[in-house]
Design a binder for this molecule. Structure first.
Ligand code: NDP
Ligand code: 8X3
Length: 254
């Protein structure tokens, strides 16, 4: 039997990349998923310079249901001992009222944040069920607990992640597969650059004048939740910058 395996979606950047590092440190072999293969390979090289873990990088678009299903139906035997799934791939695209909303932005958020997470979960849950006390960690958002101006569709997708996490916990409790949802506030990653369609200057203003969270803060929380004893499940965690008391208010010094 191979070592325990953890899957991280959205591992090419931000929270996913930081989480891959933490899981490697914990001794997991890793399946790293994102669309940008070169970024995944760079990460794999940097992890393997420090640790002896096996790493499989998969260039996969989680929105492509055939590709997701086929990948896991044809997973080599020595990559099937999956204990952890981190459903992290996700994005915001645009920030505007519904009447001015871009339909393509809506589709990409719904297809990635909801449908992509579902495809990945459906494909991987059969492997997790073979290993009692395996674990799914879904990355939601404070946007899945509250709404904020112009966040409409992104907030709706993250509310869906919150609901799906509760459903998964209920359905998988008899195996048991643990299910945790982690809901961060503002974390400085590529997130806002993606939201503003590549406008780095605009993205930088989001994190100006306060101590935002960094990807390692969320990876640290993931390390905590997956390291609890067998009888302990952390259902839900909301993690905010101290300067951000809710989704709409940030105390800035400049
Ligand atoms: P990043 O933009 O830095 O990372 C997003 C990751 O998702 C990238 O690795 C990207 O890889 C991957 N991804 C996006 N679309 C797809 C797709 N269709 N298929 C496969 N992978 C995909 O942002 P974060 O690290 O901040 O975001 C990670 C998660 O955290 C997201 O779900 C986000 O909604 C959530 N979140 C972020 C917060 C923040 O303030 N940053 C706060 C709360 C939650 P690639 O482009 O290579 O495919
Ligand atoms: C990302 C945090 O507040 O920009 O989910 O929606 S927020």
């Amino acid at each position: 039997m191979s070592k325990k395996i953890a899957i991280v979606t959205g591992a090419s950047s931000g929270i996913g990349a930081a989480t891959a590092n933490v899981l490697a440190q914990l001794g997991y072999d890793l399946i790293l998923i994102a669309r940008r293969k070169n970024k995944l390979e760079q990460l794999a090289i940097s992890i393997q310079q420090q640790f002896a873990n096996r790493i499989l990088t998969l260039s996969l678009d989680v929105r492509n249901r055939e590709e997701v299903m086929q990948t896991f139906e044809n997973l080599p035997n020595d990559w099937q001992n999956i204990h952890v799934l981190i459903n992290n791939a996700g994005l915001a695209s645009g920030l505007s009222t519904i009447d001015k909303g871009d339909l393509n932005d809506w589709d990409v958020m719904i297809d990635t944040n909801i449908k992509g997470l579902l495809y990945m979960s459906k494909a991987v849950i059969p492997f997790l069920m073979q290993n009692p006390f395996s674990h799914i960690v879904n990355i939601g958002s404070i946007a899945g607990k509250e709404v904020y101006m112009n966040g409409n569709v992104y907030c709706a997708t993250k509310h869906a992640v919150d609901a799906l996490s509760k459903s998964m916990r209920l359905e998988l409790s008899s195996y048991p597969v643990k299910v945790t949802a982690i809901h961060p506030g503002a974390v400085e990653t590529e997130f806002s650059i993606v939201r503003f369609h590549g406008d780095k200057e605009k993205a930088a203003t989001v994190y100006k004048g306060f101590d935002n969270l960094v990807a390692d803060d969320i990876a640290d929380a993931i390390q905590y939740v997956i390291s609890r004893p067998k009888h302990v499940t952390i259902n839900d965690m909301v993690i905010m910058p101290t300067a951000q008391p809710n989704s709409s208010v940030i105390h800035r010094t400049s």
